[in-house]
Design a protein around this ligand. Structure first.
Ligand SMILES: [Zn+2]
Length: 421
């Protein structure tokens, strides 16, 4: 018996191994059996709320965006830089796979996805075209041509689960100026988390972007079996534009996502529900489990709502408006910008505040840098201006001569600046 048992056991182990090999070859499984992998957004949001309680108030309310809100604005194209952080060669995703993800974003954020036909009738009227498009950056922050992909061989396993991914000095890849680029780091996270993102204005600028597990990125190549249509990135970009999960920032019926046309929902839905799921007295509509911001599988999620579109465009206008003036997709504006006035005052200065009076013919990015006479960079700023007085505190400077460089388009000016303390 023991012998037979052993043979059976060996046979079983071999079959099991064969099955395992089959799955390893054709897809990835993320998380343990019985669990489903999740988005790491809520956990990070809780940590941020602990540090900044005002954040909770801001995200719980319907955003106050009416004053500056351009609902019918033209389609925006957001430049994307994809940082591929690979610990081994299979994590070094080919360009075709990266491009397939950008294509998914361009479908999902324009309501051009093939599966809009699967939106249930009861939710069809809510489905929206958010009018947001994406390009792999064509020009880097210095204005040099690029393919929008940065590849870094990393020496840290599961670097996405650490705080090292967004800095070259800690073994990751430096963020590109998040005012002008959507940064996506694609790497191994922890085997349970599909991705995570930060709400606009909720984290330090040096990690403002999204992180996605390499097994969920794009639609071609080796991908996790239920996350192989690029919807993890769609979901995380939703967070990047200020969307919460449909159940709000905590589970339970007392929390909401600040969007009026997503039904109140108690908690995440997983897998692929084949009919209405009810919670929080939300009959007859039920949970909108096919919303991109729920946890259902890629093939079972297919819409953003009009309310979510409003919230995303409000975020664009309130927190991410610099994306409108990014030249990451189009290249630097080299057309002549007539500079009516760039003046430093007071000069000489003994008042602790450097002021630059700027008047340009049109709104354009300007680079402002202040150097000491021996060439040390004292101050560096980049902003979009047309007519404005820019102010910089300089009370920490010693008396002496400094050089201020002002560059906008083809205009360059170097001005002598004297500080008397
Ligand atoms: Zn999420």
């Amino acid at each position: 018996m023991r012998f037979i048992f052993s043979v059976h056991s060996l046979y079983f182990r071999q079959v099991k191994k064969a099955v395992l090999v089959f799955f390893l070859i054709f897809n990835y499984a993320l998380a343990q059996e019985g669990e489903f992998p999740v988005c790491g957004f809520d956990q990070r949001l809780r940590e941020q709320i602990k540090e900044n309680p005002g954040l909770l108030e801001r995200i719980s309310a319907e955003p106050e965006y009416s004053a500056r809100f351009k609902m019918e604005s033209a389609v925006i194209t957001v430049p994307v830089v994809v940082h591929i952080l690979y610990f081994n060669s299979e994590q070094n995703l080919p360009k075709q796979q990266i491009e397939s993800q950008i294509a998914v974003l361009n479908e999902d954020f324009r309501k051009l996805n093939y599966d809009t036909v699967k939106i249930p009738d009861r939710f069809k009227e809510f489905a929206a075209d958010p009018q947001i498009e994406f390009c792999l950056a064509q020009f880097d922050p210095e204005g040099n041509p690029t393919d929008g992909i940065v590849r870094v061989a990393v020496g840290i396993e599961e670097i996405g689960a650490t705080d090292k991914y967004y800095r070259a000095s800690t073994g990751g890849s430096d963020i590109w100026d998040p005012r002008y680029y959507l940064n996506i780091w694609v790497c191994e996270i922890d085997g349970k988390t599909l991705g995570f993102a930060y709400l606009p204005g909720s984290t330090t600028a040096n990690k403002d972007g999204i992180v996605v597990d390499y097994r969920t990125f794009g639609t071609v190549g080796r991908l996790a079996v239920d996350h192989n249509l690029g919807r993890t990135t769609t979901h995380e970009v939703g967070h990047y534009f200020n969307l919460l999960h449909p159940w709000g920032n905590e589970e339970g019926c007392e929390f909401d996502d600040g969007v009026s046309d997503t039904p109140l929902q108690e908690k995440p839905n997983a897998h692929c529900p084949d009919g209405p799921r009810f919670s929080c007295d939300n009959a007859p509509l039920g949970d909108m489990h096919m919303n991109y911001m729920d946890y259902t599988m890629d093939r079972c999620s297919n819409l953003f709502t009009q309310g979510q579109k409003s919230r995303m465009l409000a975020a664009l206008n309130n927190y991410r408006e610099t994306l409108y003036s990014s030249t990451g997709c189009t290249g630097p504006d080299t057309s002549t910008n007539i500079v009516e006035r760039v003046a430093l005052f007071p000069n000489p200065n003994s008042q602790g505040l450097l002021k630059i009076d700027v008047l340009l013919e049109k709104e354009q990015t300007a680079d402002i840098k202040l150097y000491s006479i021996d060439g040390r960079e004292i101050l560096s700023d980049q902003r979009v201006v047309k007519k404005r007085v820019l102010e910089y505190p300089i009370d920490h400077l010693q008396s002496g001569i400094y050089i201020l460089n002002f560059v906008s388009g083809s205009y360059k000016s170097s001005m002598k600046y004297i500080v008397i303390q």
